[in-house]
Design a protein around this ligand. Structure first.
Ligand code: NAD
Length: 250
């Protein structure tokens, strides 16, 4: 039987066919969930949802905009009837040195990962409270834990570390409603966010620092989201699940 039969799962930033979000959407759908893919207009969320099949929907939503998040949640409830799983996946990064981070850079990076995680969580929690059931999975990064991943600047580390704190506090607040909130901290996963950005001369050194000896693939993260979304993890809340090939062991 399937792990997510009858469930509705929402994935932010899920429209990029090579991204973690879409791989996650596909794997959640394979476990029986109906999917709502949210993304910016230029990413074509409806097209991505259509790739998954006719029972799934794609909506334009900007996670940095509270009204946009609330409207998306209302539309999902109207079309699919419930919201069981939220995957806060939307995120952007920028390579920057500390002294080069402008106010606009800071706003751009923190707004998508951190403000976006807050706004989308706020948009779905009331429905989850009514159901007395929900799982929120937040995509942080190894960059939050080790102070820089490979590509993102310190403001990216800060945004992703902020996500860890926000998620843990929400886990504490909503446990009584049977809403679980957990994080995944991916290491280096091959997606468009880093495509062509790892210089060849650094590649060997990076691989040497990863005990499993390879860069991750989107499905490596997706499988862990399925675990956290499903009842397999029903006694897990406030946890951080590392998916980094051993790049950081702590
Ligand atoms: P990606 O660039 O393919 O996906 C990010 C998605 O977010 C895109 O579809 C983009 O359109 C969407 N997005 C951007 N701004 C948005 C907004 N304001 N509202 C809604 N959607 C928005 O990259 P990815 O690697 O699949 O990244 C997914 C998540 O995983 C991100 O949060 C990223 O920081 C995180 N992450 C990635 C890696 C990695 O190595 N790939 C490692 C650690 C963490």
């Amino acid at each position: 039987s399937q792990l997510l039969e009858g469930k509705v799962a929402v994935i932010t930033g899920g429209a990029g066919l090579n991204g973690l979000g879409f791989a996650t959407a596909r794997m959640l759908a394979a476990q029986g969930a109906r999917i709502a893919i949210l993304d910016l207009e230029q990413a074509n969320p409806a097209g991505a949802a259509a790739e998954l099949g006719p029972q799934h929907i794609g909506l334009v939503a900007n996670v940095t905009d509270k009204a946009s998040c609330d409207a998306a949640a209302a539309e999902i409830l109207k079309q699919l009837g419930r919201i069981d799983v939220l995957v806060n996946n939307a995120g952007i990064t920028q390579p920057r040195k500390t002294l080069d981070i402008t106010g606009a850079d800071y706003d751009a990076v923190l707004d998508v990962s951190l403000r976006g995680t807050l706004y989308m969580s706020q948009a779905v929690i009331p429905a989850m409270q009514k159901q007395k059931n929900g799982s929120i999975v937040c995509i942080s990064s190894v960059s939050a834990q080790r102070g820089g991943g490979i590509l993102g600047g310190p403001h990216y580390s800060a945004a992703k570390a902020g996500v860890l704190g926000l998620a843990k506090a929400m886990a504490r607040e909503y446990g009584a409603d049977n809403i679980r909130v957990n994080c995944i901290t991916p290491g280096l996963i091959a997606t468009d966010i880093n495509k062509g950005k790892i210089p060849e001369d650094r590649r060997a050194a990076i691989l040497e620092s990863i005990p499993l000896g390879c860069i991750g693939e989107p499905n490596d993260v997706a499988g862990c989201v399925v675990f956290l979304a499903s009842e397999l993890s029903k006694y897990c809340t406030g946890i951080t699940l590392d998916v980094n090939g051993g790049m950081l062991i702590h």
